[in-house]
Design a protein around this ligand. Structure first.
Ligand code: NAP
Length: 341
């Protein structure tokens, strides 16, 4: 099969190569991939930026989520059969969706929403699960809660706004002026232009903030959250508490604790909890998202669809940080043509 392979960390771009189709385990389905989405983690992984959390053996195939069609099932698979259209986010140690096939555990996938094309469905798994885990599982948002989402027009933002609104939250978000109409159409109640306005000077009394930026933006988050509230961060630094839950060795937990000492001070000073989230694959939660999508509660927002052969341009665009919604890679195969009709 054709796959986007890197042979060493920091390689400028993956190389499209012929490689073996992945070997299946008994709980796996083998999927012919129709579309995959680009996520910032792809470049971070390629550049070795996540080595404190994840170390890959080289060569490795890039890519974390997908939509596609089941072409074979392992001996223990009970939930899916050949021909099923599914979508999923693979486990972090089994990535490789920028390829024609992937072997994935049945527990990490769900049926593709019937009202989405393969391209739309591929835009959901990683960002949908991250947003759901932040807003539903960690914040446990209830009607009337005030939620601030940084970067409402990004891959995460477009899903997080919709999920928070569906739970009845009042939602504020940041984006640049060109994307105001988009985030308002998704339900945002208050929109701040991050290029001209400092959110921490105009917002206060929020129950929760989902930080997608890290750095100063993350530290400023503590200024707008009420005592007892939560800052959930997906783009900054893991703290020692996360390290303990993630099962990393003591020396790494100490390194995390040292790197986040300012955040720990802010937690104590403001009585706001800091949680670093590293999303987990979950077929069960993708099934919940499927139902929300089929009820028209959640919609895909796609910036552009790029043929697999042009993966370099897709990664370059992702690195620019200017995408509005998701960047999708499209395979050329019989299913894709069907989806396009
Ligand atoms: N920990 C986890 O499990 C996890 C999971 C998923 C993602 N992440 C991380 O979360 C971050 C966001 O991911 P993403 O997929 O949303 O990225 P993305 O799609 O690349 O985000 C691009 C968007 O960010 C907006 N933006 C740029 N600078 C901004 C600023 N200063 N304030 C507010 N918005 C700004 C841009 O808006 P304009 O076009 O208007 O400039 C653009 O719409 C990444 O660092 C990613 O690695 C972590």
């Amino acid at each position: 099969m054709k796959a986007a392979v890197i042979d060493a960390y920091k390689q400028p771009m993956p190389v499209l190569k012929q490689v073996e189709i992945p070997t299946m385990r008994s709980n796996d389905v083998l999927v012919q991939i129709v579309a995959a989405s680009i996520n910032p983690i792809d470049i971070k992984t390629k550049d070795g930026g996540l080595r404190m959390l994840l170390k890959y053996e080289m060569p490795m195939i890039m890519g974390s989520d997908f939509s596609g069609v089941v072409t074979a099932v392992g001996d223990s698979v009970t939930s899916y059969q050949v021909g099923d259209a599914i979508y999923g986010r693979v486990q972090k140690n089994r990535i490789g969706t920028f390829a024609e096939f992937i072997a994935v555990d049945q527990a990490d996938v769900a049926l593709k929403p019937t009202n989405m094309t393969f391209e739309e469905a591929a835009s959901i798994p990683l960002v949908g699960l991250t947003s759901y885990q932040a807003i539903h599982d960690i914040m446990k948002v209830r009607p009337g809660d005030k939620v601030m989402i940084q970067g409402g027009s990004g891959g995460i933002g477009v899903l997080a706004i919709q999920i928070a609104k569906n739970l009845g939250a009042y939602v504020a978000t940041t984006t640049s002026a060109d994307n105001f109409a988009l985030v308002q159409s998704l339900g945002a109640d208050e929109v701040i232009d991050f290029r001209t306005t400092d959110f921490s000077e105009v917002l206060s009394g929020y129950d929760f903030i989902l930080d997608t930026r890290g750095g100063k933006t993350l530290e400023d988050a503590f200024k707008i959250v009420r005592p007892g509230g939560k800052v959930v961060n997906i783009a900054g630094l893991p703290n020692a508490r996360f390290g303990r839950e993630y099962g990393v060795p003591l020396w790494k937990r100490m390194a995390f604790g040292f790197a986040t000492r300012n955040l720990t001070k802010l937690e104590k000073k403001t009585d706001v909890t800091y949680t670093f989230l590293f999303m987990k694959p979950s077929g069960a939660e993708l099934e919940i998202l499927r139902q929300l999508i089929e009820r028209d509660v959640i919609h895909a927002v796609i910036d552009r669809v790029i043929p697999f052969d042009q993966i370099d341009s897709a990664l370059t665009y992702s690195r620019s940080g200017k995408a509005t919604g998701k960047i999708i890679l499209k395979m050329t195969n019989q299913y894709n043509q069907e989806a396009a009709v």
